[in-house]
Design a protein around this ligand. Structure first.
Ligand code: G3P
Ligand code: MG
Length: 257
């Protein structure tokens, strides 16, 4: 059974802001997710050269902007001059790489909860984890429930626990190692975030018995979404905002477990 204490957050999250409907990790994406009724979003955050946290999935800006270079090699002012929309569609021209600060102001204003996935390059995990976590704590001060930090990197989450011990943490997994639950517990995580095809009802139950919430990513098929909710998953991240809608759980009844 889902308990409010294990997952007090929205159960369907828009991936990278608005999935495939808008340029990823931009403010227009976050606004569109709100228009579609999404109370929760997942974004990727990493540090610019001047330590400003910005929303960006990749280590470099080449795929999602009109610029080139590593995010960690470009300061916030330089990033601000890049176009982060036109690669996706001309109608998004003029969209910027948002700072975490701007994203927080927007999401707080539109009542949207956020899962901030922290990305970091090898060797930079401690700095990124500590700094982004403390910035999230500052930007969302006083909000309930607080944002959920997540990362594939245990070093990032270790540092995040020092930077903002009060914020919940989720450990991301691609494949599931045998000791996945022990690893999450060692980091005092609130949740495990698993590639959806690694999850079974038995594994979800095991995580729940360890007191961990379970998020599945990235689920773009309605049948799979129903099966996962039926198997007990607490939340999922989706690109398919038109199919796996914000009111998906109200419209469909997951099959009994
Ligand atoms: O947080 C879930 C998901 O976003 C992890 O994968 O590569 O899309 O950041 P990625
Ligand atoms: Mg992500």
């Amino acid at each position: 059974m889902l308990t409010r204490t294990r997952w007090p957050y929205p159960r369907i999250l828009a991936h990278r802001g608005a999935g495939v409907l808008a340029p990823e990790n931009t403010l227009v994406a976050l606004r569109l997710a709100a228009t579609f009724g999404f109370a929760g979003v997942e974004v990727d955050a990493r540090l610019a050269a001047d330590d400003t946290p910005v929303l960006m999935h990749d280590a470099d800006v080449d795929r999602t902007t009109d610029g080139t270079g590593e995010v960690r090699g470009l300061d916030a002012g330089t990033l601000r001059k890049l176009d982060a929309g036109v690669w996706f569609g001309n109608e998004f021209a003029g969209e910027h790489v948002p700072t975490l600060d701007a994203a927080a102001a927007l999401c707080r204003g539109q009542g949207q909860w956020m899962n901030v996935e922290i990305k970091a390059e090898p060797g930079d995990e401690a700095e990124a984890g500590r700094h982004i976590a403390s910035e999230v704590a500052r930007l969302w001060s006083g909000t309930s429930p607080p944002p959920l930090l997540s990362s594939f990197s245990e070093a990032v989450l270790q540092a995040a626990a020092h930077g903002a011990p009060e914020l919940p943490r989720g450990l991301l997994f691609d494949d599931l190692p045998d000791d996945w639950i022990d690893r999450a517990r060692a980091l005092r995580c609130a949740s495990v975030h698993c590639r959806h095809d690694t999850l079974t009802a038995e594994r979800i139950r095991a995580a729940h018995e360890a007191g961990l919430g379970v998020l599945a990513y990235t689920v773009n098929d309605t049948e799979r979404a129903l099966a996962l909710f039926g198997a007990g998953v607490d939340a999922l991240v989706t690109d398919e905002l038109r199919e796996i809608r914000a009111d998906f759980l109200a419209l469909y009844s997951p099959a009994p477990r």
